[in-house]
Design a protein around this ligand. Structure first.
Ligand SMILES: Cc1ncc(COP(=O)(O)O)c(C=O)c1O
Length: 409
């Protein structure tokens, strides 16, 4: 093991070693020694933390070993394709999801983009549920349309009825369960059954389940993506995503697209995500308990017309959640009674002290945000829907915060 040698003449003994090679090193100019060193530190350091390996250039021992390829299982070639820290995060997520491989990408939206670009080509048709994460829908209407890829929105509760929307050029069916904001749970095995009958790839945005509350590959999907930004990151300070693939064929198509797009991530960010994994279990358990307690309490409030939480019967697809999921998470939505206006709901959010206002979810802080223009086919929420992310604060304090804001309504 070598470290950069200190510049001073007597600055420590760790580097004073007198083999012929080292003696030769010491005859070189200090500028050369800045880059080529024989400084040593003791071997044998062990710690509980994964080391952060940074690096763009990867060194080879011999010219004959030089290879330019992205396959991690064939060895390191270039930092773009992952250092050991990045690959460890991918391997840990793949192990949790029981995937063939998990590609680590710069965020959940990058994972969505990679999945589209790996699965579709000019002339393809893709299906996406109308409650999918907003930027996923926007990509369908923007970048993908410009590439002559048609993305059609479908009713997330269609189940096997999706078969009727499949065309000869359908290349990809997206699922997101629960769906963004309105939280519908999809019948994944039914959708997968209809898709696979026609040879269509199914991708799932599995961010809500953190890759552990729902076994995506047991449901039959081909690609499971996660915004690691949410529960695995867990502290709202890192943006990362993964694209996990089921089999060799998908590994090759997603992998070659991933490599061509140059979706590099920071090993420092990956080390934060690896640390997040260590506490994911306790955080999810506590978040589930707190969110459920507040969701049930909110369901009884006279101001609230409906609580959209997968573990409550008022959530569309609740029975499917009971069948397929191992638990619920921290995020859910509430819909105010019709007598409240958009501006009253906005003032309710402003009146909250512990709940802060902001997008994203899965961190340790409670958040509230409304979606003033949210519409679903046949429903205009008219600004009466508020999404809550429950954090690790004491539930009694969060309830008191909500109660005080209700009083001000
Ligand atoms: C369901 C879902 N998927 C993907 C993303 C995108 O993740 P990121 O913010 O890491 O790009 C989000 C972000 O809010 C999300 O809610």
């Amino acid at each position: 093991m070598q470290i950069g040698a200190p510049l001073g003449r007597n600055s420590g003994k760790l580097w004073l070693n007198h083999s012929p090679h080292e003696a030769r090193t010491m005859t070189r100019h200090w500028r050369t020694r800045l880059l080529h060193t024989n400084a040593h530190v003791p071997e044998g350091f062990k710690s509980l933390a994964t080391p952060v390996y940074r690096g763009s250039t990867v060194l080879f021992d011999r010219q004959a070993d030089v290879a330019d390829q992205w396959h991690a299982d064939k060895g390191y070639a270039y930092g773009l394709y992952g250092t050991p820290t990045v690959l460890e995060l991918g391997a840990r997520v793949a192990e949790l999801e029981q995937a063939r491989h998990s590609f680590v990408v710069p965020g959940g939206q990058a994972a969505i983009a990679l999945t589209y670009l790996a699965s579709c080509k000019a002339g393809s048709h893709a299906l996406v549920p109308w409650n999918a994460y907003g930027p996923n829908r926007e990509m369908g209407e923007g970048l993908l349309r410009a590439l002559n890829i048609e993305v059609e929105a479908y009713d997330p509760m269609l189940g096997s009825g999706i078969g009727q929307l499949i065309r000869p050029n359908t290349a990809l069916i997206w699922c997101e369960s629960p769906g963004s904001v309105t939280m519908e749970i999809q019948d994944l095995p039914a959708i997968v059954g209809a898709a696979h009958e026609r040879g269509v790839t199914v991708a799932l945005d599995n961010s809500y389940a953190a890759g552990v509350l729902l076994d995506a590959f047991a449901m039959g999907v081909d690609i499971s993506i996660q915004a690691i930004t949410k529960y695995i990151g867990g502290h709202s300070d890192v943006l990362l995503g993964t694209v996990s693939v089921r089999d060799e064929r998908t590994y090759e198509t997603v992998g070659s697209t991933w490599a061509q797009l140059g979706m590099a991530v920071s090993p420092d960010d990956c080390s934060l995500a690896l640390r997040g994994l260590q506490t994911l279990g306790v955080r999810l358990e506590r978040l589930e308990r707190s969110a459920l307690e507040l969701a049930r309490w909110l369901a009884d409030r006279p101001e609230i017309a409906c609580v959209l939480h997968p573990a409550l019967p008022s959530c569309p697809g609740h029975d499917i959640w009971q069948r397929d999921f191992a638990g619920s998470a921290s995020i859910f939505s509430i819909v105010f009674e019709k007598r409240y206006s958009k501006s009253q709901v906005a003032s309710f959010i402003d009146a909250l002290e512990l709940f802060q206002i902001g997008f994203s979810w899965g961190g340790v802080a409670s958040l509230a945000v409304s979606f003033p223009d949210l519409k679903r086919p046949g429903i205009d929420y008219e600004g009466r829907l508020v999404r809550l992310n429950i954090g690790l604060e004491e539930v009694a304090d969060l309830r008191a915060d909500l109660e005080a804001a209700f009083r001000k309504l």
